[in-house]
Design a protein around this ligand. Structure first.
Ligand SMILES: C[S@@+](CC[C@H](N)C(=O)[O-])C[C@H]1O[C@@H](n2cnc3c(N)ncnc32)[C@H](O)[C@@H]1O
Length: 295
C-alpha cells in the first residue's frame, strides 16, 4: 500500500466526526475525529454542526455508496467500543491498536485510561497520527496520554510478534483492535499477524477485528452495491484485497490457537444499535466484526 497517509483512515474519521456532531442520540461522541481531517472534510463537518444538517450530508454519502460504508463504520466503532470496555472489565491491561489510523480510543474511552497503549500502523500514517496525538494532548480536557507506544510497522512485510515484544508488550492480558485493516492486506500477512498475536499476547487476550465476506470480493455472493464501495477504496489507492468466508472462520482461528467468540455483520450491528434509535441507515451484510480469544 501507501507511501502517503491512508486516505481510507480519513474517510472513517469523517464518518465518526459526522456521527459526533449529530443532534439527538448518537452511537458515540469522538471529539478528536474532526481534528484528524483535511480542510475540505473539516469544513463539511463544521457546517453540519452549525446548521444541524448532519443527516442531509450523511444521506448524500449513503446514496452515493448504497452498500453502506458510513453506517457500517459507525456501527462497527460503537460495537468495538463496547467490546473494548468489556475486555477491560474482564481483566485486560493493555490496548493494542493495529492499523490504528485516527482511532482515538486511548483518549476517549474511560475504560482504557489506565491501560498501556500500543499503536501499530504503517509509518506513512503513523507520522501524521503522532503529530495529532501531540495536539490532542495539548487540548484534551481529560488525562493527556504522553505514554502511548508508537510502533511503526508494515504488516505486509514485518513480523508483528517481534515488533510488539520489542515495543514492550507484557505478558498481561491485552485487547487488540484490528479495525478496518484486514481487507487491505493479503492472506499470508493476515495469517502471520494472527499467528503472532496468538503466541505473543497472554492467554485470555482478545482480538477484535473486522473483515470482508470473501464472497463480496470474488463475486460469488449476492451483495448489492459492493462495486461502488470497492471502486471508492481502489481510487483512494487502497483496494480491497482480502476476505474470509464466515463459515470457515472458526476453524481457521482454531488452527492458530484462537477461539472465535463473536462474528456479526455490520447490518446485524445496525439492527442492535441504530434501529432502536429509529435510524434506518444502510449497513453492509458483507462487512463483519469478529472477536477471538487467545487460548
Ligand atoms: C481504513 S483505515 C482504519 C484505521 C483505524 N483502524 C480506524 O478504524 O479508524 C486502514 C488502516 O490500516 C493501515 N494499514 C493498511 N495497510 C497496512 C500495512 N500493510 N501495515 C500496517 N498498517 C496498514 C492504514 O495505515 C490505516 O491506518
Amino acid at each position: 500500500m501507501q507511501n502517503s497517509p491512508s486516505r481510507t483512515a480519513q474517510h472513517v474519521a469523517l464518518f465518526r466526526a459526522l456521527e459526533s456532531v449529530r443532534r439527538g442520540p448518537r452511537l458515540f461522541t469522538d471529539p478528536y475525529a474532526a481534528s484528524s481531517l483535511g480542510t475540505g472534510y473539516r469544513l463539511a463537518v463544521a457546517l453540519a454542526r452549525r446548521t444541524g444538517l448532519t443527516n442531509v450530508l450523511e444521506r448524500r454519502i449513503d446514496t452515493s455508496w448504497p452498500a453502506g460504508p458510513r453506517a457500517s463504520a459507525v456501527v462497527r466503532t460503537r460495537l468495538i467500543d463496547d467490546l473494548v470496555r468489556d475486555a477491560f472489565a474482564h481483566g485486560a491491561r493493555q490496548l493494542v491498536l493495529l492499523g490504528a489510523g485516527y482511532d482515538s480510543r486511548a483518549f476517549r474511552l474511560e475504560a482504557a485510561r489506565n491501560a498501556t497503549v500500543f499503536e501499530v500502523d504503517h509509518p506513512a500514517t503513523q507520522t501524521v497520527k503522532r503529530e495529532l496525538v501531540t495536539a490532542w494532548n495539548r487540548t484534551t480536557t481529560g488525562r493527556p496520554r504522553e505514554d502511548i507506544h508508537f510502533v511503526p510497522a508494515d504488516l505486509m512485510h514485518q513480523d508483528l510478534g517481534e515488533v510488539l515484544r520489542g515495543a514492550g508488550l507484557r505478558d498481561d492480558p491485552a485487547v487488540v483492535v484490528w479495525e478496518g485493516v484486514t481487507n487491505y492486506l493479503d492472506a499470508p500477512s493476515v495469517h502471520t499477524t494472527l499467528t503472532a498475536l496468538a503466541s505473543t499476547t497472554a492467554p485470555g487476550s482478545r482480538i477484535v477485528f473486522t473483515y470482508m465476506d470473501r464472497r463480496a470480493l470474488d463475486g460469488t455472493g449476492d451483495f448489492a452495491g459492493v462495486e461502488a464501495w470497492a471502486d471508492a477504496v481502489r481510487s483512494a489507492g487502497e483496494p480491497f484485497t482480502f476476505g474470509f468466508l464466515p463459515d470457515e472462520l472458526p476453524g481457521y482461528l482454531a488452527a492458530r490457537g484462537l477461539a472465535l467468540t463473536l462474528d456479526l455483520s455490520a447490518r446485524d450491528a445496525a439492527a442492535r444499535y441504530l434501529e432502536p434509535l429509529g435510524r434506518r441507515e444502510p449497513a453492509a451484510p458483507f462487512y463483519r466484526i469478529a472477536q477471538a480469544e487467545v487460548k
